[in-house]
Design a protein around this ligand. Structure first.
Ligand code: EPU
Length: 337
C-alpha cells in the first residue's frame, strides 16, 4: 500500500480540476482497503471512484482512497440470464463494451456514461429509458466504521431518479466494493422507444437492432451532444431535471406553453433543466475558462484552466437566473466539495 502526499487530483476528476489530496492511496485489493481504513493517517476519509460526478472547489484535507478494484466474474447462469459480479473500480463504459462483446444485454443504452461500476448505484445512473436499477441484483459494501461487509439488495438501495440510499441515510458510511448485475442472453429486452435512439436507428436503416447496434446508436447520440471529458473537462449533466407537482406544473405550463416536459406520475412532472438553462440565456456562454456547453446546456465545461470555484460560481448564477425566470429550483447532480 503506497501513501502519496499532496497528490494532484487533476487526472482523477473528469472536470480536470487541479486540487490536491492531503493523502492519497490507490486501493487495488480488499486487503489494501481494510489496511487503509485501519490506518490512522487522517481523521477524514474521502472515497473516490471515477471522479465523473465531482466538482472540487478546494484541496481535499483528507485521506483519499481511490477505489481501483478490478475484475469481472460470471457468478451464475441460467438459460436466459447471466449474473455478473463486477468489482467497483472497473470503468463503466468498458464494462458495457465487455457485455456487448459477450452478448449480455440490458446496459447497452447506458453506453459511454463516464465513471466506474462501484459509483453507478449511488446515483442510479440512467439514460435513454434505462436505469441501473433495471439490471441491478445487489452490491457488497464495507461499512467504514465497523469494517463489516454488508449486502444491499435492489430494494435495500431505495433507487429513485438519480438517487439511492447511498445519497441519503447511508451517505458516507459505506464503500461499495462490487456490484452484481442480471443481464439477458440471446433474447434481449431492447429499449428503443426513446426518440433519439429511434431516429438514429432509422437514419442508419436498422430495423432489427442488435444490442451492439443500440450501443453504437447511443454512442453516436452522446458524442454529438455531450463533450468527451478527455478533450473537454466536464461531468455530464451538472443539474438534475426538476420534478414538480401537478399544481406547480399547471401554472408553469400556462406561462410557458412551449416547454418540454415528462409526466412521471399522476401527480408529478419532470422539466428538462437543459431547456430552462438555454431559455435563461446561458447555452454556449463562457466566463473565463468556465462555461456552458454549446450543444447541451445541462453540461458545464472547463475549457482549460477553470477552477472549481469559478465553475461553482457559474452554477450558482445559473441556478439564480432559472429561479428568477421560471420560479423553479434546479439542484446540482454532481457532488460539490
Ligand atoms: N434541451 C434544450 N436545450 C438544451 C438541452 C436540452 O432545450 O441545451 C431540451 C431538449 O430539446 C429536450 C429536453 O431538453 O426536449 C431533454 O433533453 P435530453 O433528451 O438531451 O435529455 P436531458 O433530460 O437533458 C437526461 C439525463 C442524461 C441522459 C439523457 C438521455 C439528467 C439530469 N440527465 O438528460 O444524463 O443522458 O437524459 O436519457 O437526467 C448525465 O446524467 O450525466 C446525463 C448525461
Amino acid at each position: 500500500m503506497q501513501i502519496e502526499k499532496n497528490k494532484s487530483l487533476r487526472n482523477f476528476n473528469t472536470f480536470g480540476i487541479d486540487c490536491a489530496a492531503k493523502y492519497f492511496i490507490s486501493i487495488n485489493s480488499q486487503s489494501e482497503l481494510i489496511e487503509a481504513l485501519q490506518s490512522s493517517i487522517h481523521s477524514n476519509l474521502f472515497i473516490l471512484g471515477g471522479g465523473s460526478n465531482l466538482l472540487l472547489t478546494k484541496d481535499v484535507d483528507a485521506l483519499v482512497l481511490h477505489i481501483n478494484l478490478k475484475g469481472i466474474e460470471l457468478v451464475n447462469e441460467t438459460k436466459h440470464h447471466a449474473y455478473l459480479k463486477v468489482n467497483a473500480g472497473e470503468n463503466w463504459h468498458e464494462f458495457v463494451q465487455y457485455c456487448i462483446h459477450n452478448d449480455y444485454g440490458g446496459i447497452e443504452n447506458l453506453s459511454l456514461i463516464p465513471g466506474n461500476v462501484g459509483t453507478a448505484p449511488i446515483q442510479n445512473i440512467g439514460a435513454y429509458g434505462v436505469e441501473l436499477k433495471d439490471v441491478f441484483v445487489n452490491c457488497s459494501a464495507l461499512e467504514i466504521e465497523t469494517l463489516k461487509k454488508e449486502e444491499f439488495s435492489n430494494s435495500d438501495c431505495k433507487f429513485g431518479y438519480r438517487n439511492s440510499i447511498f445519497k441519503n441515510e447511508a451517505k458516507g458510511k459505506y464503500i461499495i466494493t462490487d456490484v452484481t448485475f442480471k443481464l439477458t442472453k440471446e433474447e434481449h429486452n431492447k429499449s428503443i422507444s426513446y426518440g433519439a435512439i429511434k431516429d438514429e436507428l432509422t437514419k442508419n436503416s436498422i430495423k432489427e437492432p442488435s444490442i451492439s447496434d443500440i450501443s453504437k446508436a447511443v454512442i453516436s447520440i452522446r458524442e454529438s451532444k455531450l463533450p468527451d471529458p478527455k478533450k473537454l473537462g466536464n461531468s455530464g449533466s451538472f443539474f438534475k431535471n426538476p420534478i414538480i407537482s401537478d399544481l406547480e406544473f399547471k401554472s408553469f405550463i400556462e406561462k410557458f406553453p412551449n416547454a418540454p416536459f415528462y409526466k412521471i406520475s399522476e401527480t408529478a412532472y419532470k422539466i428538462p433543466a437543459g431547456w430552462l438553462i438555454e431559455k435563461s440565456g446561458f447555452k454556449g456562454k463562457k466566463y473565463g475558462d468556465a462555461g456552458v456547453h454549446e450543444k447541451q446546456a445541462l453540461v458545464l465545461v472547463n475549457y482549460d484552466n477553470a477552477t472549481g470555484k469559478e465553475l461553482w460560481n457559474l452554477a450558482l448564477k445559473i441556478q439564480a437566473k432559472v429561479k428568477e425566470d421560471f420560479n423553479l429550483t434546479i439542484e446540482p447532480e454532481v457532488n460539490v466539495i
